[in-house]
Design a protein around this ligand. Sequence first.
Ligand code: SF4
Length: 167
Amino acid sequence: MPPENNLQPTNARGLAQAVMQCRRNNSFLRAILDVYEDLDRATGGDKNKKLCLGGGACCRFDLFDHRLYATLGELAVLKRARMVDPSRTARNRCPYQQGPKCLARLNRPLGCRVFFCRETREKSDINNNGVYETFHRRICDLHARHNIPYAYIELISGLKILHEFCR
Ligand code: SF4
């Protein structure tokens, strides 16, 4: 559900401008990073490493056949990391991945933090959907509190728009 201020960009340019607005607001970005830290604590941090196969397959969306979504604030935080290869988005792969590694670990969005490929194969007792909803709600509230337009967009589509409009 969108935040109550209900400011929503209506086109790609407006979306990119909203991400730039997020990027200029340091207290908003810091607050999102605080949410990430709380999420990592809630999901057990290192305890979950055993649920990651570490092969990087889940960031190659064309092969893994899934999609991640992010808010504009999350895209703004992610954009602070160095993009390895923007052209990877054309193949539906994350441009922050180098080999099997994520080079945006501190800045990666909620969806990346709660997804564990081994968990999808071997059932785990971690309720990541519930955790995701709780922390996503907090980010929605931050958008409203900082009066920043909100959108929830598929990650690779969002990165393509940013690459086009925010050079
Ligand atoms: S940001 Fe990192 S974890 Fe998330 S999809 Fe990209 S490479 Fe994978």
